[in-house]
Design a protein around this ligand. Structure first.
Ligand SMILES: Cc1cc2nc3c(=O)[nH]c(=O)nc-3n(C[C@H](O)[C@H](O)[C@H](O)COP(=O)(O)O)c2cc1C
Length: 185
């Protein structure tokens, strides 16, 4: 009887160690950094973030690339102005994330356009089932200090657990990004 009990305790202990280790190794917690960047700033931050935390990286590339003219926010007839004035606008994306279902945590990066996420980010959000995923926004901007408006929109657009995100300067360090992201890893 004592022998049986010892074996049982060992079996339970082995399972506990394997379970704890699989969590820490990321087996149940696959992480994706997905981002859109029109002029390279957000791409720089996304790249550093993915490297810092060892995550997969996906660039949300528009089917039709944004030219400098398209991005002219001073012209109300520019492509960006027209898209952003229409909340239903969903600019086409060139490629898809493979096996989106394997990711539990998605860091979603974008430049702030008129205080919020560019419409192509809404296309991305509409393209996948986010049920059960954790989404953490991050952004670059000229001066908008946070991602609050985007978070409000995301909560209406997808059934994910949307965390409070952060706006970063382009020269943010990998160490700072890692420390910030570690809360969700
Ligand atoms: C169409 C457009 C709208 C923008 N709107 C804002 C804004 O509302 N607030 C802000 O701080 N910056 C704004 N910016 C500046 C960008 O957020 C900033 O330059 C960002 O770092 C660009 O990132 P990217 O190089 O990844 O595209 C805007 C830029 C563009 C092109």
């Amino acid at each position: 009887m004592k022998k049986l009990l010892t074996i049982l305790v060992i079996v339970v202990a082995v399972f506990a160690v394997v379970y704890a280790f699989s969590g820490k190794s990321g087996a149940n917690n696959k992480v994706l950094v997905a981002y859109f960047s029109a002029t390279g700033n957000t791409a720089t931050v996304a790249d550093k973030l993915a490297t810092a935390i060892g995550a997969d990286l996906f660039a949300i590339e528009p089917a039709q690339v944004y030219t400098a003219e398209d991005l002219d926010w001073k012209n109300e007839k520019s492509r960006a102005s027209v898209e952003m004035a229409d909340r239903g606008s969903r600019p086409e994306i060139a490629s898809q994330v493979e096996n989106m279902e394997k990711y539990d945590v998605v860091f979603l990066g974008f430049p702030i356009w008129w205080g919020r996420e560019p419409s192509i980010i809404d296309t991305f959000v509409d393209s996948y089932d986010f049920n059960g995923k954790t989404v953490i926004p991050f952004a670059t901007s000229g001066s908008t200090p946070d991602t609050a408006e985007a978070e409000e929109n995301f909560r209406m657009l997808m059934p994910a657990d949307i965390k409070t995100g952060k706006r970063f300067p382009v020269d943010v360090s990998e160490e700072e990004l890692k420390a910030w992201a570690s809360e969700w890893l």
